[in-house]
Write a protein that binds this ligand. Sequence first.
Ligand code: ZN
Ligand code: ZN
Length: 940
Amino acid sequence: MHLIVAEKNISARRIAEILAEGKKVTEHKDAGVSTYSFGDITTVGLRGHVVEIDFEPGYQNWRSEEYTPRSLIDAKTIKVPTEKRIVALLQKLARKADRVTIATDFDTEGELIGKEAYELVRAVNPRVTIDRARFSAITKQELQHAFANTTELDFALAAAGEARQSIDLMWGASLTRFISLAARRGGQNILSVGRVQSPTLGMIVDREKEIEAFVPEKYWQLALTTEKAGEQIEARHTHGRFHDKQEAEAARDRTREPLLVTEVREGTKQDRAPSPFDTTTYIVAAARLGLSAANAMRIAEDLYMNGFISYPRTDNTVYPASLDIDGILRTLRTSPFKKDVEWTIAHRRPVPTRGKKSSTDHPPIHPTGAGTREQLGDDAFKVYELVLRRFLATLAPDAQWKTLKILFEAGGEEYTTTGGQLVEPGWHAVYPFSEAKEVLLPAFVTGEKLPVRNVILDEKETQPPARYTQSKLIQRMEELGLGTKSTRHEVIAKLVSRKYVEGNPLRPTLVGRVVTESLEQHADTVTKPDMTQTIEAHMQQIKEKTRTREDVIKESREMLHAAFDQLEANEQIIGDDIRNRTAEEMNLGKCPVCGGMLAIKHLRGNTQFIGCSRYPECTFNIGLPMAQWGFAVRTDEVCDKHQLNFVRLVRKGARPWDIGCPLCHHISSNRESLAEMPSMTPTLAEKLLACHLYTVAELARSAPEDLAKRLGVPVADAARLTAEAAAMLEKLRRRSECRKFLRDHLIPRKGRSYAKIMESLKSHGVTELAGLAHAKAETLKSAGIGEAEAAQVLTEAKTVYYGQVLREMGIPAVSLKKYLAAGFITPDAFCELGPATLSERTGMSVGTVQKHIALVCAALGRQAPKKVSKLQAEKGRKELLTVKGLGETLAEKLILAGVTDGKSLLAADPQSIAAETGISRQKILDFQAALRRKKEIIEI
Ligand SMILES: [Zn+2]
Ligand SMILES: [Zn+2]
């Protein structure tokens, strides 16, 4: 079998479909992984990297004394499979193969992925032939050529990729761990540092500082409007910017009619057709269509996999001679852009345009197949159209402009205006994405005099440099050699997801800035692009085989050790600095009660809340959901009413949960429970808010005298309010207990909402555990709880509820456990069953049990069964034994059921005693009859 290994499942399928040339392709699934077979050939797709490098075991513990952050620099790494099922299937197929072709993407990353597959194959089949197919587009022509001309895997290229992987892991892991530990941050709060990421962040921070340090300067611009052939025309003063206001005003005042045309300069301008797309220019163009860099790349990759465009990761801006441009144009004639394609064919320039960068690995990004909007969907079609039209533009002629420059003079002041007319649209005809704005001017003649309608003096200010947009940043990264065409957009996405930068254009967050500045101060190699550039140069040397991978990694280790020398010496300062400065990011605004600072507080164990800086003097606080529902952060939005920053809960992989203004949230979540208090009126509720009393708990805690003063009501009213609040608080506590009980006892299920269940139960009057313990099975059923589960929940509810009741009655917890274990759940059982029964079943002494019975009966207001002394008990027992047919064993059973003597035997209900003891009802009736007879004899 000939096994072809592709980079992804979708490319494996496409490769099979194309190479099969109409033969039937069969798809097989093995543990969820697909293979595609025809004839002797089988293709399988990886999922990019199927193994990853990680440190040897032991380094995972952050707090380890032995494995310090610095020790990660020299730590040994291992390869661990990340896609176990794919690895297993690949090896299973490799055992049976007599030829394996690696057909992963054609670049450093693809070569490394290919080498990983190579090693997995070799491990199980040391002798199989392994070759490599390289192609830049998943099209018939490219694939046939690639598979007819396979080569060897490029181990030098793969080694460059491996070196980058190791260095990235080593830098990222050691520095992230060092900084996070120094700043005492863990979990979702860690501060990540990365080889490319940190210098990129550094650029964004630097730009922000430039903007802050920028002092705007005023300047003035002078313009006038005139009229010709009924058209308003504006002309600018030739001086340009005036930096002196008086000078500008003087020029304005000298400007008088008539406006004399002193010169008319006509010219032509060539507007060169754009050069082919490399990754960066493509991302910049896609940004104009509103696509982020990451999105633009994701869509382009999809289009590549499906054969619509060529490989989108390329630095090349020159079409190679081998590219079949005629063939592509023929293919594109079947696309929805047929007309533009035909126009291009008819007007084709002799040689396509070319950019400055030429490399041999991939051609510039170009279309390879015909696609329609229905096939691709809106966004992908937009990108497809962009790539297609850019391709046409590079084949189209240059555009020609006719330019016109008019010089004027008015009162000795010189003015000018310019116009432009597109006389030959050229490439603009097929590429509408670049602006070609025409300014048409009427004809002017030298010496002509015109009126001055208006003289305008504009006061302006110089502007600070602009923040980076994603595409500008990618261009700048490229200039500085930061990252690669494949990784730049990912680095930016990472900075956003780690909350180091936000918005577009990008600006640093406080944390992003603090971390950068700390590193700059103490280990600037980490934030300067130089180090990264050096490493990129080293990668190139590995590719060219002038240096080894080991050698390069060794040098990188030394650089990192030098950085750690500085960092470790300043650990304390760095940590304190970051902690002190980032505390601010949690501040929300003024405390409504005392004017202190409200801030989000994160405690250990997932607890988070909003508290006041004047605690403990001010105890105002707002509860927040536990951090597992989302880590609370501040947003930029501010409440109009309370001037507090909004709060948002963020969780990895989940949509953020917006709490909004924390005080508005606090008020609305307490409104209902306050309203439930009997004396609450809307006016009173308003008054409470005005006095900064937001919760039932605060009311319940208040001293009536204080409350009376604050609200301006009589003390008696205030006392009633606090009493009502205390009762309400207890009610709320019981409700939340019931909610918690349901959450603990009902298995979470898809579509199951505890809030909905509570609501349904509430409509049946069940809000507390007591109600639940006595609820009917139908009530639970109507809340969506199944029969078996409902029965279990009811029993559990009874156990928990009566457990509480009994504890309140004074039964100690240890004893209670024993009663529950013996199956005594309700207080009634204590009064109805005799002490002997309880004692026997629980193993506690009769005396103890009797004490408990007395407590329960007193609480229920019932009479406790009489205490029985040992002597009496013995007497009763003997009495029972005198009854005919009643032996030791049966007497024991009766005593346990509370039948302790002759009198109680006569009084007992045979039915229930039978059920209790297991002695038949008839037998008990017989005993009673026998005893009665005996008594009659004695009485006679
Ligand atoms: Zn306060
Ligand atoms: Zn608010």
